[in-house]
Design a protein around this ligand. Structure first.
Ligand code: SAH
Ligand code: SF4
Ligand code: F3S
Length: 444
């Protein structure tokens, strides 16, 4: 009888760090003989790679886990794993055991490399394993060589975060900053380029902190210079930038490096100095606006995106108006806007004057309306321009069209052969919408 391989399915929530973690888990499982399952019903192993940055993210996971329980009753050999940030919160693993006792493995983000070993243990002896050590042994350099997945790749440069913004759970679940050795990063990118990658996104909660913890002193600007030298690589992106640590040296470096894309994700969070201070962000609105002015001046055509939180404890109408005012001044290309969500264990969750939900909703709506107007106007200004697009494949919403991104990270939809996937093509913008552009391929 033909041997049937075991299969797995990973469901990923949260940010790019989690996407990259999921890829690592996928590579680890493939290295021990597992294959991707076509759909979740057929999988022998189901992994949830979770997020807990806001309460909503956690609720989604519990909702989905409830559905999976049925699969487990139908197939007792199914292995269910909950990994990711959610389980690393204080007391979360215990809570999960109580609410979802059918989960076999609970695995924190700093302990990913334990995955194959823990699955083996469950197979040998069906009992639950919890592995959420805070200073885990994840060592990316010791994992099986990574697979390339198309023309784009995420590359970790620094793990964890030291900033402790008062609303944020990330430092608690991802631990302190740990930079990867520059040669490991460069070798990984060179290897990816050999496998067909032309665009990399360098990842860190705060890429501007890169290198501070390394013995051999190298900073983010120096790393970018080295990555820029890699032959065959066409585009370099990086996220996330912290406005406090974005130095003039870095602005200058970026403006001089041809592969570094004209886009920066620069989360501002709020426009009022009082709120920024309560958030422990370490910069003022004046500093931020100066930085933005310098970016616009030195990097022509740069697009700037951001994250913003409305309804932080104590945020008055006046504070909020300062956020709206800042948005008008900066003219963001796009913004991710969130209602403040109290996270247990963070400082802000204990602050007085929590803002009522209705108020948060009203502020979010006003902010989104303003930003949508600006996004549309900025996109309209691109009509008739010719831009370079990296084709990502058939468009999700119109599979007969292709979609891809400009160097400024704007989504463009256009007609073309799907053979162009992974290629850079010149596209003329024909129509603008709030969230995307329409275009046609320029014929030579
Ligand atoms: N390291 C990045 C991103 C962290 S999480 C940074 O420093 O910006 C992504 C975004 O989620 C944050 O930028 C913030 O806007 C939002 N966020 C984080 N904690 C939140 C909370 N408790 N409630 C609402 N939004 C939050
Ligand atoms: Fe969270 Fe602030 Fe760190 Fe970003 S910089 S991960 S918002 S603590
Ligand atoms: Fe990312 Fe969510 Fe963790 S935003 S770092 S997956 S809490």
């Amino acid at each position: 009888m033909a041997h049937k391989s075991k299969t797995f399915k990973i469901i990923t929530y949260g940010c790019q760090m989690n996407e990259r973690d999921s890829e690592m888990m996928s590579d680890m499982l493939e290295a021990v003989g597992y294959e991707h399952a076509q759909n979740i019903e057929e999988a022998d192993v189901i992994i949830f790679d979770t997020c807990c940055v806001r309460e909503k993210a956690e609720n989604k996971v519990y909702g989905k886990l409830g559905q999976i329980e049925k699969l487990k009753s139908a197939n007792p050999n199914l292995i269910i794993i909950v990994a990711g940030c959610m389980v690393q919160q204080l007391g979360a693993a215990q809570k999960l055991r109580e609410r979802a006792p059918y989960v076999d493995i609970i695995l924190g983000p700093q302990n990913l490399s334990e995955l194959p070993h823990l699955i083996q243990k469950v197979l040998e002896k069906r009992e639950t394993h919890i592995y959420v050590e805070e200073h885990g042994k994840l060592n990316e350099e010791k994992l099986p060589k990574r697979k390339a997945r198309g023309a784009q790749a995420f590359v970790n440069i620094i793990y964890g975060c030291n900033n402790f913004c008062t609303y944020c759970i990330v430092p608690y679940v991802r631990g302190r900053e740990r930079s990867r050795q520059p040669e490991h990063i460069l070798n990984e990118i060179k290897d990816l380029v050999e496998k067909g990658v032309i665009e990399v996104t360098l990842l860190g909660q705060n890429v501007n902190s890169y290198g501070k913890d390394l013995e051999q002193k190298v900073n983010f600007a120096e790393l970018l210079k080295k990555v820029n030298e890699i032959e065959g690589l066409k585009r370099i992106r990086y996220t996330t930038s912290h406005p406090r640590d974005f130095t003039p040296e870095l602005v200058e470096t970026i403006s001089g490096l041809d592969k570094v894309c004209e886009h920066v994700h620069l989360p501002v969070q709020a426009g009022s100095n009082r709120i920024l201070e309560l958030m422990n962000r370490g910069y003022t609105r004046e500093h931020y606006l100066e930085l933005v002015a310098s970016l616009y001046e030195h990097i022509p055509g740069i697009s700037i995106t951001t994250d913003m939180i409305v309804g932080f404890p104590g945020e008055t109408e006046e504070d909020f108006l300062l956020t709206l005012d800042l948005v008008k001044k900066v003219q963001y290309d796009n913004a991710f806007t969130f209602m403040y969500s109290p996270r247990k264990g963070t400082k802000a969750a204990t602050l007085p004057d929590q803002i009522p939900l209705e108020e948060k909703k009203a502020r979010l709506k006003a902010l989104m309306e303003l930003q949508n107007e600006i996004s549309l106007a900025k996109n309209e200004a691109m009509v008739d321009q010719e831009v370079e697009v990296l084709v990502e494949g058939p468009s999700k919403n119109n599979p007969n069209n292709l979609s891809g991104r400009t160097r400024t990270n704007k989504l463009v939809i256009f007609e073309g052969d799907k053979e162009l996937t992974g290629k850079l093509v010149p596209v003329k913008i024909t129509r603008a919408q709030t969230w995307q552009l329409r275009g046609e391929i320029c014929r030579a």
